[in-house]
Design a protein. Structure first.
Length: 75
């Protein structure tokens, strides 16, 4: 599997992405629209609207280091 588009679901915590670590051929993911992708208040000490959603990308990359595209953006 190279692509996984699961945007606009109810993935509340970024730690739920740890379930995907075995998908080493995953290259292109879409998570936008999920609660954690709206800048998780548990990761940042601010309201979700205060940060750019792209700031969550490093947290996604920590869990899925082989992914090359996140929400349509090359990382």
């Amino acid at each position: 599997m190279e692509k996984l588009y699961i945007g606009n679901n109810l993935i509340a915590k970024i730690d739920e992405l740890n379930n995907l670590t075995g998908l080493t051929e995953l290259k292109d993911v879409v998570f936008k629209g999920n609660p954690f992708a709206l800048v998780n208040p548990t990761l940042y000490d601010s309201k979700p609207s205060d940060k750019d959603p792209a700031e969550i990308y490093p947290e996604i990359q920590k869990r899925l280091p082989y992914v090359e595209i996140i929400d349509g953006n090359t990382v």
